[in-house]
Design a protein around this ligand. Sequence first.
Ligand SMILES: Cc1cc2nc3c(=O)[nH]c(=O)nc-3n(C[C@H](O)[C@H](O)[C@H](O)COP(=O)(O)O)c2cc1C
Length: 210
Amino acid sequence: MAYNLDMPLEQALRTQRALRRLKTDPVEEELLLHLLDLAIRAPSGSNAQGWEFVVVRERETMARLARLNRQAFSLFRLFKPLAKMTPTRQRMFESARWQADHFEEIPALIIPCLKQVIWPFPFLAATSAFGSIYPAVQNLLLGARAAGLGAALITIPLWNLGAVRRAVGLPWRVTPCCLIPLGWPLEEYTPNRRRPVREVVSFERYGRRL
Ligand SMILES: Cc1cc2nc3c(=O)[nH]c(=O)nc-3n(C[C@H](O)[C@H](O)[C@H](O)COP(=O)(O)O)c2cc1C
C-alpha cells in the first residue's frame, strides 16, 4: 500500500514533537514497515547498518515495559522538586505522566537496537555507536510526523537494560538504544519550540556569534 508522506520537509522538521497521548487504535503493520524502511535510509558509521528494530505490540510485553517505565518515572519524580519547573517543563512532565499511566495501551512500540556492545570508552567508539542509530531514529520520528502518527523518543525504561533485553529476547550483544511508542495522536502537532538559532551557533571559533 502507498502511504502519503508528502509533507514539506520544513513543515515536518518544525512540527515534529514528542506526542505521548495516543489513541488505542492499531497502527497497520505495513505502515510500520514503511516507516522503518524510511528510517534505514539513514547514514551509519562505515555504512555498517548494524541496526535491528524490534516492534512490540503484544500486551504482555507492553505490560513488562510499562512496569519498567513506571519504575523509572517514579525515580524521575523524586528529583522533580530539584528542577526549576517552567510551564514547558510542567507540560512535559504531565505528558510523561500520562504516558506512564497509559503505557500498556500503546498500539506499537519500536525499539531501535545496535548489534554490538557499546563501551563508554574510548569516546570515539561510543560516539560512533550512538551516532549510527540516532539518524535512523530521527528519520523514523520525521516519517511518523509526516504520516500523522504520534511518537516520542524515550529512554528511561533503559535504566534496567537487562529487564528490557529479557522482555523482548535480545541477546547480550544487541543493545537497545531507545524506545519509540507510536500511535494515532490524541493531540495536535504544534510547532516545536527551541532556543533561537543565533544563541547556539558560533562561527569559526566557539562563542563567536553572528
Ligand atoms: C536522548 C533522549 C532521551 C529522551 N528520553 C525521554 C524519556 O525517557 N521519557 C520521555 O517522556 N521523553 C524523553 N525524551 C523526549 C524529550 O523529553 C523531548 O524530545 C523534549 O522534551 C522536546 O520535546 P518536544 O519535541 O515536544 O518539544 C527524550 C529525548 C531524547 C532526545
